[in-house]
Design a protein around this ligand. Structure first.
Ligand SMILES: C[S@@+](CC[C@H](N)C(=O)[O-])C[C@H]1O[C@@H](n2cnc3c(N)ncnc32)[C@H](O)[C@@H]1O
Length: 253
């Protein structure tokens, strides 16, 4: 491990550090995990803490930060549900951001990446893998408590309806956060990337106060990060909706 330059805590989350080199800003997370590196990222020790480089080419969330995302991040002690965790690269960073007292419930549908996610969770004590289909949230509802945030990166054309059904079931209440990594090349050829983005924004705006959307180019072609805070209407009852926030019905972790 090398010793890095000056680490500056990001104001909204002290577990995220900024390292400025001229005009460039690098992002690092104070890690909860243990080595080795997950996807080739660098690890350093600084003032008794261990940090991992959070690189825009390896994670869409890091790409969003590099491109000026200001729409909120996972915070220390939060619980997040992560849909489409794959082998756990970005989920491990979300786990770093929520810290040792937070939890990340990481859902993945395919067995091959899930087996690597499972192995990774042995080194990240706050990362809890779940094998399941994000389109069937009731099937894993017994494994996930009310959460502060929902991160979705399933690369499916019906991603926003998937987000909504999980938000209704698992988010703690109005003001909970939603982050969606949108991969427009997986959303069909009937629209341009901008057209898919506009439609997804419209669908998401029905239940989320949207923050400013950022493109993830040039790191991830045709991708965007969308998100914000959930509107109270999501918890207002009606067909297919819970009459009360889940937090009011089910206590604790
Ligand atoms: C783009 S990859 C996720 C990459 C990961 N989020 C990261 O940044 O490290 C999309 C993942 O979503 C998973 N997926 C697709 N549809 C799903 C569904 N309905 N339920 C759960 N996982 C799904 C895929 O198997 C794939 O591993």
């Amino acid at each position: 491990m090398r010793v890095a330059r000056s680490f500056e805590a990001e104001p909204s989350n002290p577990r995220l550090a900024l390292v400025r080199t001229g005009r460039r800003v690098e992002f690092w997370t104070e890690t909860v995990g243990s080595p080795p590196s997950v996807s080739g990222e660098r690890w350093v020790e600084r003032s008794g803490r261990t940090y991992r480089s959070f690189e825009p080419t390896r994670s869409k969330l890091a790409a969003a930060l590099s491109n000026g995302w200001t729409g909120g991040l996972p915070c220390p002690r939060d619980r997040w549900l992560y849909l489409g965790a794959a082998t756990g690269t970005t989920a491990s960073y979300v786990a770093d951001l929520v810290g040792p007292e937070g939890r990340v419930y990481a859902l993945e549908r395919s067995l091959r990446p899930f087996s690597r996610l499972l192995a990774l969770s042995a080194r990240w004590p706050n990362l809890l893998p779940i094998l399941g289909d994000a389109r069937r949230p009731r099937e894993y509802s017994g494994l996930v408590p009310p959460v502060d945030g929902l991160y979705c990166d399933v690369a499916q054309p019906d991603q926003i309806p998937i987000v909504r059904s999980n938000a209704e079931l698992f988010l703690k209440g109005p003001g909970a956060r939603v982050l969606v990594a949108l991969k427009t090349p997986s959303m069909g050829r009937d629209r341009t990337a901008a057209g898919h983005r506009a439609r997804s924004e419209e669908e998401l705006r029905a239940f989320v106060h949207l923050a400013r959307v950022v493109t993830l180019e040039p790191f991830h072609r045709g991708h965007y990060l969308l998100g914000g805070r959930v509107r109270p209407e999501v918890f207002g009852g009606g067909p297919g909706r819970p009459a009360t926030p889940r937090a009011a019905r089910s206590p604790g972790r």
